[in-house]
Write a protein that binds this ligand. Structure first.
Ligand code: NDP
Length: 294
């Protein structure tokens, strides 16, 4: 079997186009321009690229984009004061603080300070809790993108055996919670899991969010399974050049799986598209209006 390749880049383009139409409709009928603020503390090169991409995508969708860059020595009090200013700014509907933060800044304290209504990353405990009990919530962008791709590929997810490898607060746990909401039978695996290959082999839907290059091998995958590879790992090839690979050994997995996301071009593009979609959702909820169905 050769797996269908799930084209996250193309799917993300359709999500971004829809967001663009929604923004136009909101401007025309409600005079509302959704606004997203991204806060970057320090000079982490990967974070700088992410923040730049987020800013460009936000502007391209017709939204207001504000980038706040603070130097690496910024204190926690200064970060909190920026968050407080953004919480109070009615032209900003979404706030994202780029992680990781420098050691002197307590990540949980900063995430906790973001107004849950503007928490477009969905990391605030209020949103985590609301999502877990089935109330409207801001949902973390990466798991949301994965669910959208799965539903697009498989339709109703009820009854599927889903295995999520990884239990981080930003990917693994919210991913498992969303799959449960979709009525999957969910197993969460992690570094203490016994017989990880055997656990993975039981999966109709396998989500890899580990951060270990190509750890999940072809013979860990059930024939016909749908594999979503969240991992982004930069490795050095034999010729000294670098390349991005996922947590799944793509070459092996594509011979066994029914469908698989590539790295790059799978989950990654969907994450930014979902951030834009979440910002529209947040703006509409704050204005007390329905999201335009365009
Ligand atoms: P974390 O490092 O926070 O979590 C990794 C998880 O994998 C942990 O739960 C850990 O278990 C588990 N793990 C580590 N080693 C093993 C092992 N040998 N066997 C089984 N489980 C293991 O990572 P993140 O969740 O933040 O990210 C995961 C990956 O996803 C990374 O490659 C990251 O770059 C990528 N990512 C991609 C995004 C995108 O937009 N595409 C967005 C966010 C992340 P334990 O808890 O027991 O330590």
């Amino acid at each position: 079997m050769t797996a269908d390749i799930i084209d996250g880049k193309a799917f993300a383009a359709t999500v971004r186009a829809r967001v663009g139409r929604q923004v136009s409709a909101l401007k025309a009928s409600n005079g509302l321009t959704p606004g997203l603020a991204v806060v970057l503390v320090g000079e982490d090169p990967a974070s700088q690229v992410y923040v730049r991409n987020k800013g460009t995508s936000t502007s391209e969708a017709g939204m207001k984009s504000e980038e706040i860059r603070l130097d690496a020595t910024t204190t926690q009090a200064e970060v909190l004061s920026v968050v407080a200013r953004l919480n109070a700014d009615p032209s900003i509907h979404g706030i994202l603080v780029q992680l990781p933060l420098p050691a002197q800044v307590d990540e949980m304290a900063v995430l906790d300070a973001i107004d849950p209504a503007k928490d477009v990353d969905g990391f605030h405990v209020i949103n985590t809790g609301r999502q877990a009990v089935g109330l409207p919530a801001m949902v973390p962008c990466t798991p949301l993108g994965c669910i959208m791709m799965l539903k697009d590929k498989l339709g109703d997810l009820s009854g599927f055996n889903a295995v999520v490898v990884g239990r981080s607060n930003i990917v693994g746990k919210p991913m498992a919670s969303l799959l449960l909401t979709e009525n999957c039978t969910v197993t969460i695996a992690h570094s203490r899991t016994k017989d990880l290959p055997g656990v993975c082999r039981g999966a109709d839907i396998l989500i890899a969010a580990v951060g270990r290059p190509e750890m999940i091998r072809g013979d860990w995958i059930k024939s016909g399974a749908t594999v979503i590879d969240v991992g982004i790992n930069r490795i050095v090839k034999d010729d000294g050049k670098t390349k991005l690979v996922g947590d799944v050994c793509f070459e092996e997995a594509k011979e066994v799986a029914g469908a698989i996301t590539p790295v790059p071009g799978g989950v990654g593009p969907m994450t930014i598209a979902c951030l834009l979609a979440n910002t529209v959702t947040a703006a509409c909820r704050q204005a007390g209006i329905e999201e335009p169905d365009v």
